[in-house]
Structure formats: structure tokens, C-alpha cells
Design a protein around this ligand. Structure first.
Ligand SMILES: C[S@@+](CC[C@H](N)C(=O)[O-])C[C@H]1O[C@@H](n2cnc3c(N)ncnc32)[C@H](O)[C@@H]1O
Length: 341
């Protein structure tokens, strides 16, 4: 997954594929509607962040909408982007050249203010683990037989180490059960939480479940999925570097990683609950559309963000933060459902 997505010059995110948007392979929430970024600005306005760090900023749409909504009422925070994809960074620079945005080469040692990460954790390379013949095994990818251009799974028994511990604690010992464990995403969350200043908060938005809804008996083939030209399928060994590969997020693991690193959970909610609490519908009502066609298009996109059968329930929002942010984000604490984690 790391090579297929991030190998310099060859990976899906590093070799210049279109990726996001209607001409690419998938569409994300900020691309669907400007009301998404505006709702995030409204949700975090009480925190009055002096600084925002966005991870994996896609086409820069979220940054644009967030900053536009912030500037309506408050002084605009300094906005920084940490982007691993050179061509996405170029798209962001073109879109945001009139805004006060800077790009970082590495994660700062100390993070002030707010961190935003929409659909980033699902793109962090995960491990594949299965339970077979009474033991846990790790899936690795190797070239298929000599003369064959393809790739094949090789299974290696796990007997100790963090991956084995996580597998034994989380994955049901059901013959053939195959799923993902994302230790790298947990490490990323831990690093962010460790470096967060005393009034900072981090907002992760992604598709996924709490652990008890993730490793259920019914989901015996895991959640790893591939996206190519708006079609989803489940074979990560084809089209290397040309298709997106992604896994759902175990939000319990992410919350645990943040708490172990000294942050607290401020809010865990579905995307629909979060966006409604941020008063997205009032913004929609108040918006002055030039034509009915525009109004219908905007309403349709918001329906997609909120509907339980679309993104409203599968996507979750996890906000973690230090003590200073907990006090200021009482608006989000009100909708917190972290008891589900
Ligand atoms: C599915 S795209 C989402 C893009 C954008 N946030 C959006 O919602 O449209 C995933 C993004 O996460 C980035 N990414 C993955 N791992 C990252 C990391 N460790 N730090 C920063 N960005 C990362 C990828 O380069 C890519 O831009």
C-alpha cells in the first residue's frame, strides 16, 4: 500500500494522477460542497485558533472554504498545509495563491491551534492480518511467479510484537477472517497529539467505525477497498499506482492513541450530527443563490453529506484536544458520543 500510493514518482499520490473530483477516481466532502468547509469553520470558531494545520489538503478546497467562512466574522488564522503529494500541492498553490497559506515540508515539533485531516487516516498504509489454521498471519505482497507481471499475497505467521498484540486483542479468531490493523495511523495520531499545545485540537473526519463495529463477525473480508474512475473494487494487487487504496478507520484505536499521548476526546459523532450541530442548514437557508438550479445543486450535495444512506453515518468526526480546547469547544462536547468507542 505504501509503495502503490506513495513510491516517489510512481505511487498513486506521487505520480500525478488526477485523483480527486469528477474527472478523477473519487469525490470527497469538500469537493462536494463549499458548505462543508464553512461548517468546519463555524464548528471551531469558539476555539479562535491562531493557526490551522491541514494534513493532506487535496485540491485545497477545504482550506479555501474554511478561510472564506472564517473571514466573514473573525481574524483569519494562519493556515499551513502538510502535503505528501507534489502535484496536489501544486493544485493547492494555484487555488490558494491569494490566501494566507504556507506549505510545510514536515510536521512541526509543536502544533498550535487546530489540525484538520479529512479522509487522511484512510489513506495511511495499513497492515493486512488474517486468522488461519489457529494462528494470526500478516499478509505481504510479492511478485507472482517468474514471468508473471502480477503480484501475489504471501502470509507470514505473527508470534510477537505490536501487530500480533493488536491482532490478538481485536480480531476474532474465525477461520479465514481477514482484516486490517493500522498501526501507522495510530502512530500519526499519537505524534500529532503529543506535539499539540495546551489549547490545541485535532479534527479527523473519515469513514469508519468504533472497534466493536469494525471487527465484527460479518465483516470477515475487512474493509480494504480500491477506487478507480468512480468504481470501487477489492483487489489492491492490480493497477499499482493507478488506483486509490484505502481502509476504513478503527476510531477506537485512534482515540486510544490520542489519549495515550496526552489528549482528551472532545467529540466523537457521525458526520451528519457534527454538520447539523455546526448549523450547516442555517447557512444553506441564509445563502443567496443566483438561480434555483444553483440552490437545487447545493441542496443535493448537502443531502449527500447528511443522509444516513450516503455519507452522514458512515463518516465520523473525532475531535481530540488538550485542556484549553476542551473548555472552548463545549458546542462539540454537547454532541459527543464517545461512549460508543
Ligand atoms: C483521500 S485524500 C483526501 C484529500 C483531502 N483531504 C480531501 O478531503 O479532499 C488523502 C490525502 O492524505 C494525504 N496523506 C496521507 N498520509 C499523510 C500523512 N502522513 N501526512 C499528511 N498527508 C497525508 C495524501 O497525500 C492525500 O492528499
Amino acid at each position: 500500500m505504501r509503495a502503490a500510493l506513495y513510491a516517489p514518482g510512481l505511487g498513486y499520490y506521487t505520480a500525478g494522477a488526477t485523483k480527486l473530483g469528477h474527472g478523477g477516481d473519487f469525490v470527497t466532502a469538500p469537493e462536494l460542497s463549499s458548505f462543508f468547509g464553512a461548517a468546519l469553520a463555524d464548528a471551531f470558531r469558539p476555539m479562535a485558533p491562531r493557526q490551522v494545520l491541514e494534513l493532506g489538503a487535496g485540491t485545497g478546497k477545504l482550506a479555501e472554504d474554511f478561510l472564506a467562512a472564517f473571514s466573514e466574522r473573525d481574524s483569519v488564522p494562519r493556515y499551513e498545509i502538510l502535503e505528501v503529494s507534489a502535484d496536489l500541492r501544486q493544485r493547492q498553490e494555484e487555488r490558494l495563491r491569494k490566501r494566507n497559506v504556507a506549505w510545510r515540508e514536515a510536521m512541526p515539533e509543536r502544533i498550535d491551534g487546530l489540525v484538520l485531516a479529512n479522509e487522511v487516516l484512510d489513506a495511511v498504509p495499513c497492515e493486512i492480518v488474517r486468522y488461519a489454521a489457529g494462528r494470526y498471519e500478516q499478509g505481504r505482497v510479492a511478485r507472482a511467479a517468474a514471468g508473471d507481471n502480477g503480484f501475489a499475497w504471501h502470509w507470514h505467521p505473527l508470534s510477537d510484537g505490536p501487530l500480533f498484540d493488536a491482532a490478538r486483542a481485536r480480531i476474532p479468531p474465525m477461520e479465514g477472517y481477514t482484516t486490517e490493523v493500522n498501526l501507522e495511523a495510530e502512530a500519526l495520531v499519537a505524534t500529532l497529539a503529543e506535539r499539540l499545545s495546551g489549547d490545541g485540537a485535532i479534527c479527523f473526519i473519515d469513514y469508519g467505525f468504533p472497534r466493536r463495529g469494525y471487527y465484527v463477525d460479518d465483516r470477515a473480508a475487512g474493509t480494504l477497498a480500491c477506487h478507480f474512475q468512480h468504481r470501487a473494487h477489492f483487489d489492491p494487487l492490480i493497477l499499482p499506482g493507478l488506483q486509490d487504496i484505502t481502509a476504513h478507520v478503527d476510531f477506537t484505536a485512534m482515540a486510544e492513541a490520542a489519549v495515550d499521548a496526552g489528549a482528551g476526546v472532545i467529540c466523537y459523532a457521525t458526520q451528519a450530527q457534527f454538520l447539523l450541530a455546526a448549523d450547516m442548514l442555517s447557512r444553506l437557508q441564509a445563502h443567496d443563490f443566483a438561480t434555483d438550479v444553483e440552490r437545487f445543486a447545493a441542496t443535493g450535495a448537502i443531502q449527500k453529506l447528511l443522509a444516513p444512506s450516503e455519507m452522514g453515518e458512515l463518516f465520523k468526526v473525532l475531535v481530540v484536544g488538550k485542556a484549553g480546547a476542551v473548555d472552548r469547544l463545549q458546542n462539540l462536547a454537547r454532541i459527543d458520543q464517545s461512549y460508543r468507542l
